[in-house]
Design a protein around this ligand. Structure first.
Ligand SMILES: *Cc1c(COP(=O)(O)O)cnc(C)c1O
Length: 433
């Protein structure tokens, strides 16, 4: 497969942009590629690179494209919105409509603020929890990613894991000392810290997907819900990935556990830059101009992004009974068939999934339940897997520690084609085992 243009652009990119990319996982470093592929366009389940190779896409922009790339109705809405101007620094009618859709859909959200990214949403939600509880310390779980703000960038999975380190440099000790990290699923440690009554909030990905997909235990989330209440801490679900994905109302609807606050992003922008945080009215009313917790943004609630989000969420709401069933079925089919292939070729691997998300961990473990388990994976096997797929026109996430995303646009034929290529990859892995 010819990738000359991508190589050429990457070489040039490296002269002007650190590492040639604006987000580290895009560099394809951990899968030993000379250069990443440079995207030219995408439509539905497919993406084309600058050498005009076509790929069946399982990155899906890392989550936003639940309906596939560039659906016509989103494109139309955005084209219409652009004609009226790009940004006003004033409120607009559509952002109220988007906020209303979010409040109607997500159980914990009585009021919501829009941001430009998921990072801003989690940063602000944590600030709000500190103001509300008048406490400083927060708990996060190892391998959960909540964006790249200082307080949350500790043992934070995602791109850091891919690059082979766990914590970022450049974060003051004074900030780190207020962030407590605990292995996902560890009740004893969590309880121990909650009992100090110094914890402002626990922030958690209710379905961890940034160390690969961890099939979440309802039981653990229920425990977090009850014990945060018992000790006066807030519970924040970071639903930037799971929101509007595993159900319209996200993981909180799926598991029927309602946090105090939650954060959204990815899907709610329909591929454009949006994030959001929301929750109980009593808490949200502490935000300025009502209260003294500051949150703002020149492009917060940007009309173009809001229109894309509005069209996406409206579509999801109108078709919710068919879409969520469809992506669940597709995921189950793919996972079941991959499991058969794993057995057939005796690959040391386990597939873990939630509706529309999955990871093949090349690990001897029966289940991967936390960061330590995830790190037991054989990344050399993953590299063979990734490169075999890429060379055969299938774009998997370029990291063992990320999720494959299945969209509504992925057809049955697409999935069958994928399985053929995965079989090829497993044959290669079997040969080197
Ligand atoms: C992607 C992600 C974020 C950060 O969102 P950005 O828009 O990339 O800043 C936060 N939390 C989770 C769970 C995410 O997956």
């Amino acid at each position: 497969m010819k990738q000359e243009n991508s190589k050429k652009y990457f070489e040039e990119a490296c002269q002007y942009i650190p590492g040639g990319v604006n987000s580290p996982v895009r560099a394809f470093q951990s899968v030993h590629r000379e250069a990443p592929i440079f995207a030219k366009k995408a439509k539905g389940a497919y993406l084309w690179d600058e050498d005009d190779n076509r790929y069946l896409d399982y990155i899906c922009s890392w989550g936003p494209m639940i309906l596939g790339h560039n659906p016509d109705f989103v494109l139309q809405g955005v084209q219409e919105a652009i004609l009226s101007g790009s940004s006003f620094g004033l409120p607009t009618k559509k952002e109220v409509e988007l906020a209303k859709l979010i409040v109607q859909s997500v159980p914990c959200i009585e009021k919501v603020r829009l941001t430009t990214s998921g990072t801003e949403a989690t940063m602000s939600a944590v600030r709000l929890s500190r103001a509300y509880t008048k406490r400083n310390k927060i708990i996060k779980f190892e391998g959960c990613y909540h964006g790249h703000s200082d307080a949350l960038l500790v043992k934070s999975g995602s791109g850091l894991l891919t690059q082979g380190f766990q914590d970022s440099n450049g974060i003051p000790q004074s900030v780190l000392q207020d962030t407590i990290t605990i292995p996902f699923g560890n009740k004893e440690k969590t309880l121990e810290y909650l009992q100090t009554k110094e914890i402002a909030c626990i922030i958690v990905e209710p379905i961890p997907a940034n160390m690969g997909v961890i099939e979440s235990q309802k039981d653990f989330l229920q425990f977090l819900r009850e014990e945060t209440q018992n000790y006066g801490s807030l519970l924040i679900f970071d639903e930037v990935i799971s929101g509007f994905r595993v159900a319209l109302g996200g993981a909180q609807e799926y598991f029927k556990i309602t946090p105090d606050l939650c954060t959204l992003g990815k899907i709610i922008g329909g591929g454009y830059p949006v994030g959001a945080f929301g929750g109980k009215e009593e808490i949200m009313n502490l935000i300025a101009p009502l209260g003294q917790v500051y949150h703002a943004g020149t492009l917060s609630g940007n009309p173009i992004s809001v229109r894309a989000g509005y069209e996406t969420l409206s579509y999801l709401m109108q078709h919710k009974s068919s879409i969520y069933l469809d992506i669940t079925k597709k995921t189950e089919f793919l996972v079941k068939e991959i499991e058969k292939l794993i057995q057939k070729y005796e690959i040391p691997a386990v597939v873990q999934s939630m509706p529309s998300l999955f990871t093949i961990f090349f690990s001897e473990k029966e289940k991967v339940t936390n960061l330590e388990d995830a790190l037991s994976s054989n990344v050399d096997f993953f590299t063979i897997y990734f490169n075999t797929l890429l060379e055969n026109g299938i774009l998997a996430p370029p990291s063992q520690f990320e999720a494959h995303f299945i969209s509504h646009a992925h057809s049955e034929d697409d999935l069958k084609k994928t399985l053929k290529v995965i079989e090829l990859a497993f044959q290669k892995i079997h040969e080197v085992m």
